[in-house]
Design a protein around this ligand. Structure first.
Ligand code: PEP
Length: 249
């Protein structure tokens, strides 16, 4: 499966930040990995111009459940698609926490994104730290049950497993725990959807991925890519993570 490496710039970057995207475009003219940058909405159109028809893709960090309407400050999946975006992240823990988004809303956003022909990345993660994977999975299962729509094509929906305690903290689960959780999520997908499609979903890991830990994480069984926050802001760190996904050392 082709790995998926996603950079989430969050609420970071004014126009000068686009120089980092220009460098990535120059560094990876023919990547063996799917690369997506999710800039703030203000930079999306300019970012799409920079990547042009090349292989690096642009995505949104969130979308509204409706295609249009009286929703001041929001953007819709249709708008992201119209701008030239290819992906959208939904259910990021910062959206869940700062905007009180529950999993039912996340599911509605996923449906809106799929309707707009965007590929969707659904984030799930437990808040409790230092609990056995089996216990953490109980929380993850509820999030997956409620956040993922019943009718999905695995090519169009990826899951980002992002333990909330690992985001922006420099802490990560052990490789063994990442492997256990990803394989548990894969099993869940096989039980909920057709068994033979479980392997077609990409399950990303997110939470303090950096150039030092990227290769070990990306070489872990059932890890099909990474969702990267802080380390995606600079092309020199993000390119090292992409190289790790491509097996370049
Ligand atoms: C994220 O925001 O999804 C994330 C993983 O952030 P960081 O890489 O900075 O932990």
């Amino acid at each position: 499966m082709v790995k998926l490496v996603v950079g989430n710039w969050k609420m970071n970057g004014v126009s000068a930040q686009l120089a980092e995207l220009e460098k990535l475009v120059a560094l990876f003219p023919r990547p063996q990995t799917d690369i997506v940058i999710c800039p703030p909405a203000t930079l999306m159109m300019a970012a799409i111009k920079i990547v042009d028809v090349g292989p690096i893709m642009i995505g949104g960090q969130d979308c509204h459940v409706e295609p249009s309407g009286a929703h001041t400050g929001d953007i819709s999946a249709l708008m992201i698609k119209d701008a030239g975006g290819k992906f959208v992240i939904v259910g990021h823990s910062e959206r869940r926490e700062n905007h009180n988004e529950d999993s039912h809303t996340v599911c509605a956003k996923s449906i809106a994104a799929l309707k707009a022909n965007l590929k969707v990345i659904v984030c799930v993660g437990e808040t409790s730290h230092n609990v056995p994977v089996e216990n953490a999975f109980a929380d993850i299962k509820t999030l997956l049950d409620q956040s993922i729509p019943d009718r999905v094509m695995p090519q169009n929906l990826s899951i980002a497993y992002e333990p909330v305690w690992a985001i922006g903290t420099g802490k990560t689960p052990t490789i063994e725990d990442i492997a256990k959780m990803h394989s548990r999520i894969r099993r869940y997908l096989g039980e909920r959807f057709r068994t033979d499609t479980a392997n077609l979903f990409r399950i990303l890991y997110g939470g303090s991925v950096n150039p030092k830990n990227a290769a070990a994480i990306l070489n872990t069984r059932d890890v099909d890519g990474v969702l990267v926050g802080g380390a995606s802001l600079k092309s020199d760190t993000f390119s090292e993570i992409i190289k790790a996904a491509e097996g370049i050392h």
